[in-house]
Design a protein around this ligand. Structure first.
Ligand code: KIV
Ligand code: ZN
Length: 551
């Protein structure tokens, strides 16, 4: 009989939290359509568990998780052992209301999981929870038991486990398993530990918790000291068999363990670790690109595995040796992580089928109306540009995915500038009801004039924090990509327009402002800039309808 992952002691479950911990990165907010697209890509990648969100945070978050449970959590996922749908998990604080909401969100999945947590470290107990050790233990017993009465698959996390007294941590873990937890996650919430310490923590639990063999131990490491991947690997070597990771390592503050780093370490050094995962490594590059495009979080060029330079060899000595034997300077082949130089050139004569295939290679499984829209844009661009590159397509698809979200859309823009110092922009926008609005403004530059005109039409008030332009392709006809980051303007009328008001976030708490990103791509950077600004405003209004005011 072939062994299933849960029976195989050498199988490491990959728990992806890009859509939960990853989405907590400032500005990484995704629309529900984008979350679905990322969820599908994660299933194709072969992750075992998708943590889809924090349903108690807001009705929107609950719906987002539910949508994942219905549309990804019921489909066989290619590349997974036995092609089972991934487990769909939602995060809940250890309280009945959160657990109820989480169950409502994940229940439609074929394999639902509730992940509940409470802090255990002295600093959190004393200052955040104001609870004694005994009170924390009682809450764990009660809430894990409550969650178990709804769902068979329960994960429990003692938050800030990295700074919790080892004896108390062992006790908390024992109580959680006793109350029905089947996975115990050990988070280094603040990224404080070192690999030796973290590995020793897992080893201690393996040796001292009497019922530890009734649950899978999991590692969840943050990257504040740049040690997230090293710590997670040390925990796995000590006996953990689930790793909590995010694509490109995005997450709170300095981020989480990067899926691609952990998986490729286990893969490349498999004689050392002797462990396997269900990940189809050839899907890594495209999933990374998709997450970067949908979150607006660029991948640093020297990022391990997925950075633009990760497989680039510049020095003459290296190039010469590589030509003689690839392994002189390369420990992994780019193809193993799905980096291919597709030889098929896309241009104005390419058809829908060629476009669909290329989009699939890039991680976008578009069909029907969505594919038609992209095909139209592709043809428009191909009339202006001879060769359409992968970067052009990525930029185009991510902009189109945003356009499908409800919100204000650019209908037309006309700008004029010259030596007289009166850069002018005239803008026509379509509101969500389909009505057209026109405004004309003079600014310090063309971008300023455009943004002023947008402000005259769109009722949301925002402060621009960052504006960057880059060329995504080479050449005179290059596609320009603009990224903006903004936050709600609270100064305007003295009233709070706090984007987090009414939205609970387990890490950030109430009242912190969220940052929203937006991007746009066009051969004309002014058009791209307007698209990017509108895109960010639309995201902000979707997340915080009360930031809208009548003009
Ligand atoms: O870092 C952390 O402690 C978390 C928990 C909620 C698992 O993300
Ligand atoms: Zn975390």
């Amino acid at each position: 009989m072939s062994s299933t992952p849960s029976q195989d002691s050498n199988y490491v479950r990959i728990f992806d939290t890009t859509l939960r911990d990853g989405e907590q990165s400032p500005g990484a907010t995704m629309t529900s359509l984008e979350k679905l697209e990322v969820g599908r890509a994660l299933a194709r990648l072969g992750v075992d568990i998708i943590e889809a969100g924090f349903p108690a945070a807001s009705p929107d978050d609950l719906r987002g998780v539910q949508q994942l449970a219905e549309r990804v959590g019921q489909q066989p996922a290619n590349g997974r052992p036995q092609s089972e749908p991934p487990v769909i998990c939602g995060l809940a604080r250890a309280m009945e209301r959160d657990i109820d909401k989480t169950w409502e969100a994940v229940a439609p999945a074929a394999h639902p999981r509730i992940h509940t947590f409470i802090a255990t470290s002295p600093i959190h107990r004393e200052h955040k929870l104001r609870m004694s050790k005994q009170e924390v233990l009682a809450r764990i017993r009660e809430m894990v038991g409550y969650a178990k009465s709804k769902c068979a698959d329960i994960e429990f996390s003692p938050e800030d486990a990295g700074r919790t007294e080892l004896d108390f941590l062992s006790e908390a873990v024992q109580v959680a398993i006793d109350a029905g937890a089947t996975t115990i996650n050990i988070p280094d919430t603040v990224g404080y530990t070192t690999p030796n310490e973290f590995g020793a923590r897992i080893a201690h639990l393996m040796a001292h918790v009497p019922n530890v063999n009734q649950a899978v131990l999991s590692v969840h490491c943050h990257n504040d000291l740049g040690l997230a991947t090293a710590n997670a690997l040390a925990g796995i070597q000590a006996g953990a068999r689930q790793a909590e990771v995010t694509i490109n390592g995005i997450g709170e503050r300095a981020g989480n363990t990067a899926l691609e780093e952990l998986v490729m370490a286990l893969h490349t050094r498999s004689p050392l670790y002797g462990l396997t995962t269900g990940i189809d490594t050839t899907q890594i590059a495209r999933t990374s690109k998709l997450v970067s495009a949908t979150t607006g979080m660029a991948v640093q060029p020297n990022k391990a595995i997925v950075g633009a330079n990760a497989f680039a060899h510049e020095s003459g000595i290296h190039q010469d040796a590589m030509l003689k034997h690839e392994e002189t300077y390369e420990i992994m082949r780019p193809e193993t992580v799905g980096i291919t130089q597709s030889s098929l050139i896309l241009g104005k004569h390419s058809g829908r089928h060629a476009l669909k295939n290329r989009l699939e290679e890039l991680g976008f499984g578009l069909e029907g109306e969505d594919l038609n829209k992209i095909f139209e844009r592709f043809k428009e661009l191909a009339d202006r540009k001879k060769v359409i590159t992968n970067a052009d397509l990525m930029a185009m698809v991510s902009t189109e995915m945003d356009e499908t979200a409800e919100g204000y859309q650019l209908d037309a823009v006309q700008v004029a500038s010259g030596s007289a110092g009166m850069p002018t922009a005239t803008l026509r926008l379509r509101d969500p009801e389909g009505n057209l609005h026109t405004a004309a403004c003079i600014g310090t530059g063309l971008v300023d004039a455009c943004f002023k005109a947008i402000k005259e039409i769109v009722p949301a008030k925002a402060v621009l924090m960052e504006y960057t332009v880059q060329s995504v392709t080479q050449g005179i006809d290059a596609l320009g990509e603009v990224s903006v980051r903004l936050r709600p303007d609270t100064a305007d009328n003295g009233q709070t327009t706090d984007a987090n008001e009414g939205r609970l976030n387990p890490q950030k708490g109430l009242g912190q402002q969220r940052v929203f990103h937006g991007h746009g791509a066009d051969t004309d950077v002014i058009v791209a800039g307007v698209q990017a600004y509108l895109n960010a405003l639309n995201r902000m209004m979707l997340a915080t309808p009360h930031t809208q005011e009548n003009p």
